[in-house]
Write a protein that binds this ligand. Structure first.
Ligand SMILES: *Cc1c(COP(=O)(O)O)cnc(C)c1O
Length: 376
């Protein structure tokens, strides 16, 4: 167990306990409190978002964003098929319909052309999509200029799922700050963690105020408990936010470390033409949350991503196939899908995420690279 090399494990910065001790000394274990307020400030300062609400998870943040956009039963929401299920589940919580879009090879993220085709087709069928969800998978930016232009043209609000993309940039601007809403995750395997948590970002203060209200059981302003809306229990605790404050002190360093791991793998496999890497669009800076490789079986002499995954597993090294597309998931199979090239399916079939945690040692990295090179 202890010798196992993980895909992406928590990496504390050292400052976290200081904030947790403060909370204990003041007995500010709950509710909310100064760590939550300051964590929100730290997030805004780092990302450039005007306002942020610290929440219990990234999934909760997506759910609140949809509620605040008025997404209801029967409404349609455009989203990429190539993502983690947490992007899609909250759409279904609302009784709404996800409309899945294939990826493009230049970003691996939602394809601009297919998105336009879907929007026009849904409008033609009598239902204009209520929201456009953009995901920056593995910390690499989607084509934001083109997508924002589409969204503006059709007047569809954008939610940016930047759960995997904290610290990644598009033309010098942090991801998660382009749309009406941005969402972040601080789950255990993300680039930084609060042991579980998330955030909702927006430039509109009233939206974030409303999110905080909904996230604390939608309690009206009265001495007794009075409710005129359905509420949720979605806030982050003052203890977890203390971890978050410590983690925000090292986020810039974490991005550098993950990018350095990516460069290490790229150099290590430079002589293996069958292995290629996830892209990075011009004028963008990925956070390289996970280093992803794609295996070309025409050049690999029979080695597949499964051969590699199993060889690593034997050495107690965790590697994982890329996300299985949502339109291929049994639970989502009956929703509309727009794609003519099967890009996400192809990436899923041939792709593998390699251990990428910022706390990997030089020895760990060398061991992983050697195991893979042995196969070729
Ligand atoms: C992790 C993740 C989420 C959900 O975040 P949680 O904090 O785990 O709820 C949403 N979308 C994507 C793309 C993710 O990777």
């Amino acid at each position: 167990m202890n010798n196992k090399i993980y895909l992406s494990s928590p990496h504390m910065g050292g400052g976290e306990l200081k904030y947790i001790h403060q909370a204990f000394e003041e007995n500010w274990i709950a509710p909310l409190g100064p760590n939550v307020d300051n964590f929100e400030k730290d997030i805004c300062q780092y990302t450039g978002a005007s306002h942020a609400a610290a929440l219990s998870s990234g999934t909760a943040a997506i759910h609140l964003a949809l509620i605040l956009l008025g997404v209801q039963a029967g409404d349609e929401v455009i989203c990429p098929t190539f993502t983690f299920s947490a992007t899609v589940n909250p759409i279904v919580y609302q009784g709404a319909v996800p409309v899945f879009i294939d990826s493009g090879y230049s970003t691996w993220n939602i394809c601009v052309k297919e998105t336009q085709r879907a929007i026009e087709d849904r409008i033609r069928k009598g239902k204009k999509p209520k929201a456009l969800m953009i995901v920056h998978l593995y910390g690499q930016s989607a084509k934001m200029d083109e997508l924002m232009e589409l969204a503006t043209h059709y007047d569809i609000p954008v939610i940016e799922d930047a759960a995997e993309a904290l610290g990644a940039q598009y033309k010098g601007k942090m991801l998660g700050t382009f749309g009406k809403f941005g969402i972040l995750s601080f789950n255990g395997n993300k680039i930084i963690t609060t042991s579980g948590g998330g955030a909702l970002l927006s430039h509109e203060e009233d939206l974030i105020k409303k999110a905080r209200f909904l996230a604390t059981q939608a309690r009206d302003n009265a001495p007794h408990y009075q409710h005129s809306q359905i509420g949720y229990n979605y806030r982050l605790s003052n203890i977890a936010a203390g971890i978050g404050r410590g983690q925000m002190e090292v986020i810039a360093e974490r991005v550098k470390q993950r990018r350095a791991h990516f460069e290490f793998y790229k150099t290590a496999f430079a002589g293996i033409p069958a292995i290629s890497f996830s892209p990075e669009l011009e004028n963008t800076l990925g956070n390289r949350w996970l280093t992803c490789i794609v295996v070309d079986e025409k050049q690999s002499g029979g080695v597949t991503r499964e051969t590699i995954r199993l060889a690593l597993e034997k050495q107690n090294i965790e590697a994982r196939p890329l996300w299985k597309p949502m339109h291929l998931q049994p639970i989502f199979a009956n929703y509309p899908y727009y794609g003519s090239r099967q890009v996400a399916e192809d990436l899923f079939t041939r792709g593998l995420c390699l251990p990428s945690g910022s706390n990997l040692s030089t020895e760990d990295l060398a061991k992983i690279a050697t195991s893979i090179k042995h196969l070729f």
